[in-house]
Design a protein around this ligand. Structure first.
Ligand code: NDP
Length: 458
């Protein structure tokens, strides 16, 4: 699967009161396409508030919400195994702290730039609001590419990254976690360096920790499981379930693997996964243990899966979204479903799309799903299980407690049900029944906006 940049922006007109604000966002964030896209999507949804909540205009909430509270950019020098000095760029965007300390993951991927980190931080603010937990929004990362690096190189990079980042974070300030390219190994190196510099065993400073040193059960599985729990709630609104469904899941990283696991547990047949080199179709159903072995333990490419699985074939042509399926779960990256992919999915009879990745569908694709009246959930609602479980990790760290897998998983399922119901109820209140995008954006926005009004102009 290849990410393209011909994203269609602004296919629908914004409310007349909001358009001038969007023009300002474009003006002060020139060329930041992903960030503009994320803002545009929220602005499309919040039009009903323009007349009904005059205090938001009085206190310039929208203007303030679109401007990160703090943006940190820093140099990350590190040394390769053969003694070469490399330089990468590090970012932490502390977007909004109205509801709690900044909270959001770190992404290590060569495509990372300020626009991507800002879009992720902006979305995170509303996602975290939807979870009902006391967490603000932030995001960070680096254009460092972990692929092909030795463990020692990854460790030196993480140590250098944290040597700058440590001064900006803390359990009451800003709490990073993982995202693309940052899993348990990287969190370990980052936490180790934080502890060494500060001389504090401050578990609540980072989430996604190992289970023997402050981590929470289910955190690894949470985003993938949560996406499937959310999708299950959506199906239930039409008296349906995952049982017997053909499911296509993009990506083969953390979110994708645990979406495969939960979908299979719910009786679905997952027939395809992908990575940035292509996609694998396995009509016999994805062999989860082999997938985990290839991706988690051996850190190899999907081609290794195909070599060991006679029923599977690897394709580097076309798109994973060309495969006919009942349920599509994008779990790789932003803008992986463009308008023409959405059209193909609908033509092939897709019934449900729930986003495990952040902003995977471009605005044209969203409009196509909504016009077709399929069940469609935006990532800020359906993938919120990861950050919600991070907040549960913070809760356990604060009380020096440790919950069982079953207890935490039940909690996660309840949180996803709660987010689902909030989306449905809010969409209905604002006259857009069944519209998960409107429901998620309005509910997430109102809570942050009300807190900002209460806290004054800061
Ligand atoms: P991983 O790094 O574990 O896996 C990412 C997967 O997506 C890999 O298969 C990778 O392929 C593929 N991918 C990444 N970037 C691209 C790209 N530009 N083009 C094509 N394929 C790509 O990341 P996660 O599974 O943690 O994250 C996946 C998505 O879920 C992201 O959008 C992330 O923001 C979102 N998310 C993650 C959460 C979490 O808890 N981890 C929480 C909420 C959302 P390859 O290996 O070839 O690069």
């Amino acid at each position: 699967m290849r990410q393209t940049n011909n994203v269609r922006l602004m296919t629908q007109a914004l409310h007349a009161d909001l358009q001038p604000m969007f023009e300002i966002v474009k003006q002060v964030n020139p060329g930041h396409q992903e960030f503009q896209q994320a803002v545009y999507e929220v602005m499309l949804s919040i039009a009903p508030l323009a007349g009904s909540r005059p205090e938001y205009a009085q206190w310039s909430i929208l203007k303030r919400i679109c401007e990160p509270e703090r943006q940190i950019i820093f140099r990350v020098p590190w040394v390769t195994d053969d003694g070469k000095v490399e330089i990468n760029r590090g970012y932490r965007v502390e977007f909004n702290s109205a509801l709690g300390p900044y909270k959001g993951g770190l992404r290590f991927h060569p495509s990372v730039n300020l626009s991507i980190i800002k879009f992720l931080g902006f979305e995170q603010t509303f996602k975290n609001s939807l979870t009902g937990m006391p967490i603000g929004g932030g995001k960070g990362g680096s254009n460092f590419d972990p692929k092909g690096k030795s463990d020692a190189e990854i460790m030196r990079f993480c140590q250098s990254f944290m040597t700058e980042l440590y001064r900006h974070i803390g359990e009451y300030t800003d709490v990073p976690a993982g995202d693309i390219g940052v899993g348990g190994r990287e969190i370990g190196y980052l936490f180790g360096q934080y502890k060494r510099i500060t001389n504090r065993w401050e578990a609540g400073v980072i989430t996604g920790k190992g289970l023997t040193w402050g981590g929470a059960q289910v955190r690894t599985e949470a985003t993938g499981y949560g996406t499937v729990y959310f999708a299950q709630e959506m199906l239930a609104t039409r008296g349906d379930s995952f049982d017997g469904k053909r499911v296509v899941i993009s990506g083969s990283g953390n979110v994708a693997i645990y979406a495969v696991e939960k979908a299979q547990q719910f009786g679905a047949k997952v027939i395809a996964v992908s990575d940035s080199n292509g996609y694998v179709v396995d009509e016999a159903g994805i062999d989860l243990e082999l997938l985990k072995d290839v991706k988690e333990r051996r850190r190899e490419r999907l081609s290794a899966y195909v070599e060991e699985r006679p029923s599977a074939r690897l394709s580097v042509h076309g798109s994973i979204w060309d495969i006919p399926c009942d349920v599509a779960l994008p779990c790789a990256t932003q803008n992986e479903i463009l308008g023409h992919h959405a059209k193909k999915l609908v033509e092939n009879g897709v019934q449900l799309v729930a986003e495990g990745s952040n902003m995977p569908t471009d605005p044209e694709g969203i409009a196509i799903f909504q016009d077709a009246k399929i069940l469609y959930a935006p990532g800020k609602a359906s993938n919120a299980g990861g950050v919600a479980t991070s907040a549960l990790e913070m809760q356990q760290n604060a009380s020096r407690d440790s919950w069982s897998f079953e207890y935490t998983d039940n909690h996660l399922r309840g949180i996803m049900r709660g987010i689902h119901d909030t989306c449905i109820e809010t969409a209905e209140t604002y006259g857009q029944p069944g519209d998960y995008v409107a429901g998620a954006n309005l509910a997430g926005y109102i809570k942050v906006a009300d807190a900002m009004v209460a806290q004054g102009v800061i």
